[in-house]
Structure formats: structure tokens, C-alpha cells
Design a protein around this ligand. Structure first.
Ligand SMILES: NC(=O)c1ccc[n+]([C@@H]2O[C@H](COP(=O)([O-])OP(=O)(O)OC[C@H]3O[C@@H](n4cnc5c(N)ncnc54)[C@H](OP(=O)(O)O)[C@@H]3O)[C@@H](O)[C@H]2O)c1
Length: 254
């Protein structure tokens, strides 16, 4: 019960690592609000933690490209739980394209979801946490933030901006007892990654083979590999940890 009765909001909590973190927060005793567009995930998450969670996770639908949706999620979390102690921004898309192939729509989609949604959500959550004495914000990073691979231009630049957002919040607002940290995620066969690879004609077997060669640890990482790091950063055990980049990458470096 590492997070007993804490109010935790996960934007992008419907799939992959975000979903794993949301479910584990509930099992650790938190009052969890999960957000995303996929309303079917609400029942699946509730079923996954039934009998193990202290509080039933709530779902609030939002498309992070719409700032009013984000405002509604933050407001509903405050209404439901009275405060926000922890916030994870996991929503993101990771298209493959060389810089010269990237059109304006793709650029805007990536920045709307990976950066703009995070920027406004963090501002709203920070304002809320300031009023209630503080909290913990965790942003979802990638080793691509430091330049990225040759065919990941817009994704890499978006994650660089997100890293600066983490540093900006930590540097300036830790004085309000709001800690902000970043998890550099490793390579995971999430629904988003699998869909993106399917578009390239590649499947899970290809991912596993590639990860065995390219990842120092020798395998694809899993949701379970990542969840404890997020839980730690959300918990009081990390009470003086802020501005950090927690690498959960199996040895892949920036
Ligand atoms: N997979 C990897 O290997 C890897 C590696 C490093 C970092 N990451 C990071 O992990 C995060 C997720 O990426 P992923 O492809 O692996 O995804 P994923 O696990 O399939 O999950 C993507 C999440 O983003 C949400 N999302 C996407 N667009 C949204 C929108 N417009 N509004 C609200 N929510 C939205 C989805 O919710 P709905 O579908 O419900 O809208 C879903 O919960 C990203 O931040 C990415 O940078 C992934």
C-alpha cells in the first residue's frame, strides 16, 4: 500500500505502461483516475484490479488534442478526490519518418499529443497541487530525446521538448513541494509500438529479434519492467527526488 489514499491521475492510462501504472497505483491503495479516448479500457481496468484495489479506478474520457478535455479531466479528478497527489503523462505517439518526409499534419499531431497536451496538463495539475501542498509529476520519456534515430525526427524533437518541460517544472516549482521527474522508457511491444511496426510490415517476432540484437540487456522490455519506477517516483519514498531522469531502458543510452 505504497500509495494508500493518494489521488493519482494518469493521462494515457488506457494502454501499455500507462495502464500498467494505473492498475498498480490502484493495487497500492490509490484513488486513481484513468484518462484516454478508449472508453472500453475503463471496464477492463476495473476488472483487472477487482478484489485487489482499495478504491475502484475512475475513467474520464479525454482527447489530449483538446485542451478543454484536459481541463475537464483535471477538474473531475479534483471533484472526485478533493486533490491531486500524483500525475503521470503517458499519452504519446511515435511515428517513423525522416525529417524530409514529415508533413505539417504529422508534425502537428505529434506535438499536439506529445508536447502541447503535456504542457497544458502540467500547468493545470501544478496549479492544483500548489493549492493542496504539493505532489509528484512524472513525464514519460524516451532515449530519442537526445537526438533520436535518423527516421524519428519529429518524435525525437517532441521528446526533447518534453524533457525541457520536466526540467522547467522541477527547477522552478519544487519550491511548492511539486516534484517533477521523467522516466526514460525502454523498448516495449505496446499497442502503439505494434501498430506502428505493423505499418512497416513488421510483427512481434521482428521486434523480439531486433531487441535481442540492439538492446544491451538482450531483450524487449515489458510493462512490468517499468511500473515499479513510476510507482517509486509517485510515492513518498521519492520525497526529495526531483528533476531526475530514471533510465529503464535495458542499457540503451541517449
Ligand atoms: N513503446 C515503446 O517502446 C516506447 C519507448 C519509449 C517511450 N515510449 C513512450 O510511451 C508512450 C506511449 O507510447 P506507445 O506507442 O508505447 O503507446 P501505448 O502503450 O499504445 O499507449 C498510448 C497511450 O496514449 C494515449 N493517447 C494517444 N493519443 C491520445 C489522444 N489524442 N488523447 C488521449 N490519449 C491519447 C492512448 O490512449 P487512447 O488510445 O485511449 O486515446 C494510450 O493510453 C509515449 O509517450 C512514448 O513516447 C514508448
Amino acid at each position: 500500500m505504497e500509495l494508500k489514499d493518494k489521488s493519482i491521475l494518469i493521462i494515457g492510462g488506457t494502454k501499455g505502461v500507462g495502464r500498467g501504472v494505473g492498475e498498480q497505483c490502484a493495487i497500492e491503495g490509490a484513488k486513481v483516475v484513468i484518462s484516454g479516448r478508449d472508453i472500453d479500457a475503463a471496464d477492463e481496468i476495473a476488472a483487472a484490479v477487482a478484489g485487489k484495489a482499495l478504491h475502484k479506478p475512475e475513467f474520464v474520457q479525454a482527447d489530449v488534442r483538446n485542451i478543454e478535455d484536459i481541463r475537464n479531466v483535471v477538474r473531475r479528478t479534483e471533484e472526485l478526490n478533493g486533490r491531486i497527489d500524483g500525475f503521470v503523462y503517458y499519452a504519446g505517439i511515435l511515428p517513423v519518418a525522416y525529417i524530409w518526409e514529415t508533413d505539417e499534419k504529422q508534425f502537428d499531431d505529434v506535438f499536439d499529443i506529445n508536447v502541447k497536451g503535456a504542457f497544458f496538463a502540467c500547468g493545470m495539475v501544478l496549479e492544483s497541487m500548489k493549492k493542496t501542498g504539493g505532489g509528484s509529476i512524472v513525464l514519460t520519456g524516451s532515449a530519442h530525446a537526445y537526438g533520436g534515430e535518423e527516421d524519428r525526427g519529429v518524435y525525437a524533437v517532441s521528446k526533447g521538448a518534453l524533457l525541457t518541460l520536466m526540467k522547467h517544472l522541477s527547477k522552478n516549482f519544487t519550491k511548492y513541494n511539486v516534484r517533477t521527474n521523467w522516466v526514460t522508457m525502454g523498448w516495449v511491444a505496446t499497442p502503439g509500438e505494434l501498430a506502428m511496426r505493423a505499418g512497416q510490415g513488421r510483427d512481434l517476432a521482428w521486434l523480439e529479434e531486433q531487441a535481442a540484437k540492439d538492446t544491451p540487456i538482450g531483450r524487449l522490455l515489458t510493462v512490468e519492467d517499468h511500473v515499479p519506477g513510476f510507482i517509486y517516483l509517485l510515492s513518498d519514498k521519492a520525497g526529495v527526488v526531483t528533476g531526475t531522469e530514471l533510465n529503464i531502458t535495458g542499457g540503451v543510452s541517449a
